[in-house]
Design a protein around this ligand. Structure first.
Ligand SMILES: Nc1ncnc2c1ncn2[C@@H]1O[C@H](COP(=O)(O)OP(=O)(O)OP(=O)(O)O)[C@@H](O)[C@H]1O
Ligand SMILES: [Mg+2]
Length: 337
C-alpha cells in the first residue's frame, strides 16, 4: 500500500527560509485561525522571527483564541516577537469612503458632496468587494512598512483567501488605467499651470495614485512569488472540504500559481478503532474519516504537508496553542491509500 508521509511545516520553513508571507485559506470552521496562531507562535518563539499575525474576521477570532482583545486596536504586542493585528474591516471601509468624499470635495473645491454621489459612495459599503479591498489594502500597507520578518494572514472563510490573488491582478489593472488617464490629464494640466505660472492641482492626486499603484504592485509581486509567499489550505477528512480543496487547486492553477500545501486538520487517531472502550458512535466517525483520508492521500499526495489530530480540547490560550503547534510543525500521522 503506498503511503504519504507528510513532513510537517517545521521542515517546510527550514527549507524555505525566504518565505515572508504565509496565507491560510479554506472553508469556514476547519482551522485557519488555529493554524495561523500555531504557526505564528512557532515562528516568533522558536524561529525568533519578528512575526505579525493578521486577521479581518468580524468575529474577532484571534481575540477569542488568544483570550485577549485585539479587535480594531492596531498592532498589539502579544509575546516577545509576536504582534497581532485584527482589523475592523467595516470601520476601514467607512474611513475609506470618508477619504474618497474628502478628496472629491478638495478636488472640485466643494463644501458639500452632491447628494447622488454621496449616496453612491455610501452604497458601495454593501459590496463584498469593498470589504475585500479594505482587507487587501490593510495587508499591503502593513507589508509595505517592512517592519516584520514574517507576516501570517488568517483569512476569513473560503473565497477571500484564494480570490484575493485574482483580485490583486484586477485591482492593479484598475489602478493602472486610472493612473494612465490621470497622467495624461496631468500633462495638460501641468502645461496650462506652467503657462499660468502655478503648480498643477492634479499633481497631488496623481502622486497618490502612483503611490497606491506601487504599493499594490509590490504586494502582488510578493504574494505571487512562491519563494516569498506560502499559501496553505486547511481541510478536514470530509467530502465537502475535499471538493472545495480541488476547486481551490484548480483556481490556483488557472492563475499560474502553486498552492504551497495542505493542512489536514481535526483527524481522529486511527488507533481508536483498536481500543476496546471506543463507542460505536465514535467508531463510525473514525471509519468515515479513514475513508476520506484515503481519498485525500490519493488525490493530493505530497501536497499534504501535515496532518493534525483532533485535540481533546479547543486550542485556546498560549499554552494550548503551543501544544497544538507541535502537531502542525512536526507531523506524526501518515496516510495510506
Ligand atoms: N485540531 C483541532 N482539534 C480540536 N479542535 C480544533 C482543532 N482545530 C480547530 N479546532 C477548533 O475548531 C473550531 C474552528 O477552528 P478555527 O476557528 O481555527 O477555524 P477557522 O477556519 O478559522 O474558522 P472561520 O472560517 O470561522 O474563521 C475552533 O473552535 C477551534 O478551537
Ligand atoms: Mg477563523
Amino acid at each position: 500500500m503506498p503511503v504519504v508521509q507528510p513532513r510537517g511545516l517545521a521542515r517546510y520553513f527550514e527549507e524555505h527560509p525566504g518565505v515572508e508571507i504565509v496565507i491560510f485559506a479554506g472553508k469556514g470552521g476547519l482551522g485557519k485561525t488555529t493554524s495561523s496562531s500555531c504557526l505564528a507562535w512557532y515562528t516568533s518563539q522558536v524561529l525568533k522571527k519578528r512575526t505579525l499575525l493578521f486577521s479581518t474576521d468580524p468575529q474577532a477570532s484571534l481575540s477569542d483564541i488568544w483570550e485577549r482583545d485585539f479587535y480594531g486596536k492596531g498592532e498589539v504586542e502579544l509575546l516577545p516577537n509576536l504582534y497581532v493585528v485584527e482589523i475592523d474591516a467595516d470601520r476601514r471601509v467607512a474611513d475609506y469612503q470618508a477619504s474618497v468624499k474628502q478628496k472629491i470635495k478638495d478636488m472640485y473645491g466643494l463644501d458639500e458632496i452632491p447628494r447622488e454621489i454621496d449616496e453612491y459612495i455610501d452604497s458601495t459599503s454593501a459590496e463584498p468587494a469593498m470589504y475585500e479591498s479594505a482587507t487587501y489594502d490593510a495587508m499591503a500597507e502593513l507589508v509595505a512598512a517592512r517592519t516584520y520578518d514574517i507576516y501570517i494572514f488568517d483569512m476569513p472563510p473560503f473565497g477571500h483567501g484564494v480570490r484575493m490573488v485574482a483580485m490583486a491582478d484586477i485591482l492593479s489593472r484598475w489602478v493602472e488605467k486610472i493612473t494612465e488617464a490621470r497622467s495624461k490629464v496631468a500633462e495638460y494640466d501641468a502645461i496650462a499651470a506652467t503657462l499660468r505660472g502655478e503648480k498643477g492641482h492634479e499633481d497631488e492626486v496623481m502622486a497618490e495614485l502612483v503611490d497606491i499603484r506601487n504599493k499594490i504592485k509590490s504586494f502582488t509581486d510578493l504574494i505571487t512569488d512562491a519563494r516569498r509567499t506560502a499559501f496553505f489550505m486547511v481541510l478536514i477528512p470530509e467530502m465537502m472540504a475535499i471538493l472545495d480543496t480541488e476547486r481551490a487547486l484548480a483556481m490556483f492553477e488557472s492563475l499560474g500559481m502553486q498552492m504551497t500545501g495542505l493542512v489536514v486538520n481535526q483527524v481522529y487517531p486511527a488507533d481508536l478503532l483498536a481500543r476496546e472502550g471506543t463507542s460505536q458512535y465514535l467508531r463510525n466517525r473514525v471509519e468515515m474519516q479513514q475513508r476520506y483520508l484515503k481519498v485525500i492521500a490519493e488525490k493530493f499526495r505530497d501536497r499534504v504537508k501535515t496532518v493534525v489530530p483532533m485535540l481533546t480540547r479547543e486550542p485556546k490560550g498560549a499554552e494550548l496553542i503551543e501544544q497544538a503547534a507541535a502537531h502542525l510543525m512536526n507531523c506524526q500521522i501518515s496516510l495510506a491509500y
